[in-house]
Design a binder for this molecule. Structure first.
Ligand SMILES: [Zn+2]
Length: 341
């Protein structure tokens, strides 16, 4: 059963929001587009791997797609986690093309594609680090006995994998070999280490501990808050600064009316500035003059909040990723240049 579905990566939403709020000739836009292409390719590889996991017995396996768990140093991200009463399988998915060489003598990893050789951070180092973090997390939550099986999955079916140490065969497989690989690693005779009840408990705990990542994108690209275009964007003509008139947003350019166009602006703020907002911050970002209207709009959204009156702080809802995905599905324009599917 799929306990946690896979959503579009937050980074795509962040990049899209940023591209929409920068001047059309901003020098950062090409890098933003490159970043989105990379994230999109990675996402496609993960979706391909999800497809290959359909053979798993639905009742016996709890599947978590794209899980991010807290750790004493930094939260760690797992592309896919499969929980059963026998083991936890952790999959790290890479979508490399071309010929991939795992040089285990010098601990190097490189890709040859279109006659160009390029080195990358060794994926098995990352896999081992994540595996150790997951074991620590399980220990600290009272599940020390469950074995963790980590696998690096090469999602691109045309990629060629080479190595000078065949013992890594146990750790690396192509997506289309995943079924055979997992059947080899966990056989019918593998003993059960968790009871059904414990499995459900661990499953609930993983879901509860999952956190979304909202990166500090402005700092990453050295962009100041002042460079962001402020105001509510018109969902029809995409121009900015819709005006609030008679409890509705009106576009001064095309006269389109919207009752909830401020929600998109609020999501942009959460993605680009910080995952919390005050009444003043909301007014500044949406170019709204009335504090009373801002209070009315914000309180109607039932966001988690702390403090009262002018000190009230509203937080991004925990299911913001699902909300963003829904918004994207309903939008003709958002992410248009980033996702082609
Ligand atoms: Zn308009």
């Amino acid at each position: 059963m799929i306990v946690k579905p896979r959503y579009l990566p937050m980074r795509l939403h962040v990049n899209s929001a940023l591209a929409q709020r920068l001047a059309k000739n901003h020098p950062i836009l090409p890098s933003l587009d490159n970043s989105s292409s990379r994230v999109e390719a990675g996402f496609q590889g993960e979706v391909e791997t999800d497809f290959q996991l359909q053979f798993l017995n639905d009742k016996e396996h709890h599947i978590f797609r794209d899980l991010r768990l807290p750790h004493s140093l930094h939260p760690f991200q797992l592309d896919c986690l499969i929980l059963s009463t026998k083991a936890i399988i952790h999959l790290e998915v890479k979508n490399f093309t071309g010929t991939l060489f795992f040089d285990e003598k010098f601990k190097q990893f490189y890709q040859t594609a279109n006659a160009v050789e390029k080195g990358f951070q060794h994926p098995l180092t990352q896999l081992r680090r994540q595996s150790a973090q997951l074991k620590e997390w399980l220990d600290s939550h009272g599940f020390p006995s469950i074995p963790v099986i980590s696998q690096l999955v090469i999602s691109n079916s045309s990629a060629v994998v080479k190595t000078n140490d065949f013992s890594i065969r146990r750790l690396v497989c192509k997506a289309d070999q995943l079924k055979t690989q997992l059947e080899t690693l966990i056989g019918k005779d593998t003993p059960e280490v968790l009871k059904e009840k414990e499995l459900r408990k661990l499953s609930r705990l993983l879901l509860k501990e999952h956190t979304i990542m909202i990166s500090d994108i402005l700092a990453h690209y050295h962009i100041s808050y002042d460079e962001l275009i402020k105001g509510v964007q018109c969902p029809s003509c995409e121009k900015y600064k819709m005006e609030r008139k008679n409890r509705t947003w009106v576009c001064p350019h095309c006269l389109f009316h919207s009752r909830d166009a401020h929600i998109r602006a609020l999501l942009d703020y959460f993605l680009l500035v910080k995952p919390e907002i005050t009444n003043r911050g909301f007014r500044e970002f949406t170019c709204l003059s009335s504090a009373r209207t801002a209070t009315e709009l914000l309180s109607r959204l039932n966001l988690p909040h702390t403090g009262e009156n002018k000190w009230r702080v509203y937080y991004a809802p925990p299911d913001v990723q699902a909300i963003l995905e829904e918004k994207w599905k309903n939008s003709r324009n958002r992410l248009r240049s980033f996702i082609r599917r």
